[in-house]
Ligand binder design. Structure first.
Ligand SMILES: Cc1cc2nc3c(=O)[nH]c(=O)nc-3n(C[C@H](O)[C@H](O)[C@H](O)COP(=O)(O)O)c2cc1C
Length: 198
């Protein structure tokens, strides 16, 4: 099954600028990190609305029986869409779990007017294109309190905008720095991506 489904294939010329920005944002979100690179999301673009669905066929029964890692992965993809839209000057209206009868419909995203293309949004958008998972060992150092405070504040802000989102445990180790490898396009962790080296 394709990662993106368009309901209006062939009518692209009539798509609004916001709809086009949404499609581009969803395409950018295909590069989001996911548990063991399973990419367990399905996007459906219907006019000016994108639906984000969990793809249970990609859930890892052994290490992720309750689907938490799958949900986190989809959350990362949703965050990518929001960042890409913001960088494009488009505000996003996000509905979380909009259908109580359909728990695999995790969110819908709808462009909701213009926002300033701020420097922070541009910085995050660039980071989306170049980030990759750093698999080197953790350093044996505590994360500085100031950094933890920033993480807590960011998580609290996100929880306020996503009511009901569970709080996750924090990690107290700091990674040593980015690793210079490109990620693979398809699902599955590439052979060269193991945590070997310095
Ligand atoms: C919820 C979640 C859990 C992950 N857990 C691990 C992990 O335990 N070990 C690891 O090396 N990478 C982990 N990753 C990173 C993925 O393996 C990585 O995102 C994927 O292989 C794609 O590579 P990339 O991030 O470089 O694009 C995790 C990613 C997510 C979103």
């Amino acid at each position: 099954m394709a990662a993106i489904q368009y309901t209006d294939r062939g009518t692209a010329v009539r798509v609004s600028p916001a709809g086009r920005a949404l499609t581009e944002a969803v395409l950018a979100a295909l590069d989001a990190p996911s548990i063991l690179n399973t990419q367990p999301w399905r996007w459906r673009i219907d006019g000016d609305t994108a639906q984000l669905r969990a793809d249970r066929s990609r859930q890892l029964a052994t290490i992720d029986p309750d689907g938490r890692l799958l949900t986190l992965s989809c959350g990362a993809a949703l965050h990518h869409v929001r960042v890409a839209l913001a960088a494009d000057g488009v505000a996003a209206e996000v509905a979380y779990l909009p259908d109580g009868d359909d728990p695999d419909l995790l969110a819908t995203v709808h462009p909701a007017g213009a926002v300033e293309r701020g420097a922070q949004a541009q910085r995050l958008r660039r980071a989306m294109s170049i980030r990759r998972t750093d698999r080197r060992p953790f350093a044996d150092q505590d994360v500085p309190e100031a950094a933890l405070d920033r993480l807590r504040a960011a998580a609290a802000a996100r929880r306020r905008s996503a009511p009901g989102a569970p709080a996750g445990p924090g990690r107290r180790r700091r990674r040593r720095g980015p690793r210079g490898r490109r990620r693979a396009r398809g699902p599955g962790v590439p052979g060269g991506a193991r945590g070997l080296g310095p």
